[in-house]
Design a protein around this ligand. Structure first.
Ligand code: C5P
Length: 235
């Protein structure tokens, strides 16, 4: 995937109002070209803000991790496509992925979430799965490839293995990014920006290390610089 370092950073707009999102986007300026709208902003009336971002030349990732009966998923996917979004997440269940892929239109690309980066083996066991994170990620990655999704969300720790399963055509998007010294928060499977790129990630999703920083623009620029350096080393 031939992407400039800046295009590979997706900032999670995990804020509670359009006003807060506008203020953050204004502070970040040209440092950031790709934004993710998730539960917090979307359910606070923030989805229409996608239009303003797109009109301003930004890309939008709608991270609502859909999972429902096929018809409901398909209709939801069509509505998100009409927003002008670039990425939409669904959970990596075969029926859900199939419905989403068949319903996508325009520039919308479907990303499947393998296993949330806040989960470890004990969390999966508690949720009733008889598999480790590694096993479940590998199974879901293979199913996503077979269904024909456009990309996968996975932790940087498992990006290299997932790349081996899905090949080079699918985009790998990794949250759980923490620059050296950053607070992990609730993320259990984390990596630095450079390590995520080295593991084969195409896009990095970064929330708190940028949006909760004293100087969000400087934090974003530092991450873009780290991406650029690692990409240059890989030549
Ligand atoms: O603040 P932080 O950098 O941990 O934010 C990560 C973002 O990525 C959050 O918006 C979270 O919902 C999202 N995400 C994740 N793990 C996934 C998929 C999405 O952390 N598997």
């Amino acid at each position: 995937m031939d992407l400039k370092p800046r295009e590979r950073l997706i900032v999670a707009l995990d804020v509670s109002s359009i006003e807060a999102a506008q203020a953050l986007v204004a502070r970040l300026g040209d440092a950031v070209s790709f934004y993710k709208i998730g539960y917090q902003l979307a359910f606070a009336g923030g989805l229409p803000y996608a239009h303003a971002l797109i009109d301003a030349g930004k890309h939008v990732f709608v991270d609502l991790k859909l999972h429902d009966i096929g018809n409901t998923v398909a209709q939801g996917v069509k509505s998100v496509a009409r927003l002008g979004a670039t990425f939409l997440t669904v959970h990596a269940y075969p029926q859900t992925m199939q419905a989403a892929v068949e319903a996508r239109e325009g520039k919308l690309r479907i990303l499947a979430v393998t296993v949330l980066t806040s989960s470890n083996d004990a969390d999966l066991k508690a949720a009733g799965y008889g598999r480790t994170v590694q096993e479940l990620v590998a199974q879901r990655a293979a199913q996503a490839r077979d269904v024909g999704v456009d990309g996968l969300v996975c932790s940087p720790e498992e990006a290299a293995r997932v790349r081996g399963i899905v090949g080079t055509k699918l985009a790998l998007v990794t949250p759980g990014i923490r620059p050296v010294g950053a607070d992990p928060g609730d993320q259990k499977r984390i990596a630095t920006p450079a390590a995520a790129i080295a593991a084969g990630a195409d896009y990095l999703v970064v929330g708190r290390p940028i949006i909760a920083a004293a100087d969000p623009k400087a934090a974003a620029e530092a991450i873009v610089a780290e991406i650029a350096q690692q990409a240059a080393e890989e030549g």
